[in-house]
Design a protein around this ligand. Structure first.
Ligand SMILES: Cc1cc2nc3c(=O)[nH]c(=O)nc-3n(C[C@H](O)[C@H](O)[C@H](O)COP(=O)(O)OP(=O)(O)OC[C@H]3O[C@@H](n4cnc5c(N)ncnc54)[C@H](O)[C@@H]3O)c2cc1C
Length: 243
């Protein structure tokens, strides 16, 4: 298999999405379009004083003809890569390697979909949903998103807006440490998977596909629930792990 391309990128914009997540917009230095499939990721080479490190990040934006793309990065306490990127200044250049990975969603082969994410596991799913919207895809796309607190629900307005405009999109944030003012779903994502899955199945549009992304513990739990307990065919359960 050929090695993925290496190219230079420049940080052109950044913004805070939640107390621990920053969105970084990079642009290819050579100005050419960045081609990738929704769900893929890039490696960034980070030149730290004690030596270069590489970290992988899912692409949060959807494929377009543009040279720019977005990443959303959780700041991990004491984590060298995420700390470096949270402190990166506009105009800085880095080496990127990609696109890479097989966690994608061919629009011509997929059915109704349940997307399940925790934290920045939402980013490749955002790319997939937005790619599908761009192509006028009308099958149900339901996004179940787990975080601890209400303030951690990033891209909230964007998903709410997508759901207002497109009847096939549903956004279900669930909080594992909700305070008493929260009236939405509570608990870990896996608590809500069977109900949402059964509702999706009940629409009679075919066996749904699940796209799961986040840290290993959640991904394994949801994957085992779907494959082993709920007996969903393996080729309908797709996942990406960050650790
Ligand atoms: C294919 C792939 C795609 C990824 N995409 C993203 C992404 O879009 N956004 C992103 O923030 N990270 C993503 N990651 C994780 C990222 O590559 C780094 O592992 C992360 O930034 C931590 O690096 P660090 O050097 O700061 O900390 P390290 O010292 O390398 O890691 C410390 C610990 O942080 C935990 N960790 C890793 N990622 C996260 C996270 N997102 N949230 C909370 N804890 C985490 C791990 O359990 C790890 O043990 C992805 C990883 C892979 C393999």
């Amino acid at each position: 298999m050929p090695l993925p391309p290496t190219f230079q990128v420049r940080l052109v914009d950044s913004r805070t999405l939640s107390p621990s997540v920053r969105e970084l917009t990079f642009e290819r230095e050579d100005g050419s379009a960045f081609a990738f499939d929704a769900g893929q990721w890039v490696s960034l080479v980070l030149p730290r004083p004690d030596g270069e490190i590489r970290r992988s990040y899912s692409i949060a934006s959807h494929p377009s003809e543009s040279p720019s793309f977005q990443l959303a990065i959780t700041k991990v306490d004491g984590g060298p890569g995420s700390t470096y990127l949270h402190e990166l200044s506009r105009g800085a250049t880095l080496t990127a390697i990609g696109p890479q990975g097989f966690f994608s969603r061919p629009l011509d082969k997929t059915g109704p979909s349940l997307f399940v994410a925790t934290g920045t596991g939402l980013t490749p799913l955002r790319s997939m949903v937005r790619a599908a919207v761009e192509t006028g895809h009308t099958l149900p796309m339901w996004v179940l998103f787990g975080v601890r607190h209400e303030r951690d629900i990033f891209y909230r307005e964007e998903f709410a807006e997508l759901a207002r405009k497109h009847a096939n999109i549903r956004f279900v944030p669930t909080l594992s440490r909700a305070d008493e003012t929260w009236s939405g779903p509570r608990g870990y994502v896996q608590t809500h998977v069977p109900t949402l899955w059964n509702e999706l199945t009940g629409l009679g549009l075919g066996t749904p596909h699940a796209y799961i992304c986040g840290l290993k513990r959640m991904v394994s739990t949801v994957r085992d629930l779907l494959r082993n307990d709920m007996r969903i065919p393996r080729d309908h359960v797709h996942s990406e792990r960050y650790d």
